[in-house]
Design a protein around this ligand. Structure first.
Ligand SMILES: [Zn+2]
Length: 101
């Protein structure tokens, strides 16, 4: 297979797809990267979902913590939780942080 550079917009390869609905996400689209899997804006997690996840993840009774995949230390993870709380205070718990692909 050779990569085509003269194709139209419909022939672009998606950078990734939504884990939930398999919607293709192209360069320049809004999406939410989630480590192993990515999400379209519709299925992206809200700030409240993300805060829930990390609060549980750094708590003592989390059996399978994932913070070490994303952060260098648990202090970094806790600092991220603090910044999430600040962002919720500013943008609301239903805000979905999205990035441009
Ligand atoms: Zn989706």
């Amino acid at each position: 297979m050779t990569a085509r550079t003269d194709g139209g917009a419909d022939e672009r390869e998606p950078l990734t797809t939504c884990e939930d609905c398999s919607k293709p996400i192209y360069e320049g689209d809004q999406y939410q990267p989630g480590g192993e899997c990515d999400f379209c804006p519709e299925h992206a997690a809200t700030l409240a979902d993300i805060l829930d996840f990390w609060e549980q993840d750094v708590s003592d009774d989390c059996e399978c913590p994932a913070w070490s995949d994303q952060f260098d230390s648990i202090e970094d993870a806790q600092a991220f939780i603090v910044s999430l709380r600040e962002q919720i205070a500013r943008d609301g718990a239903d805000f979905k942080p999205l990035y441009t692909a």
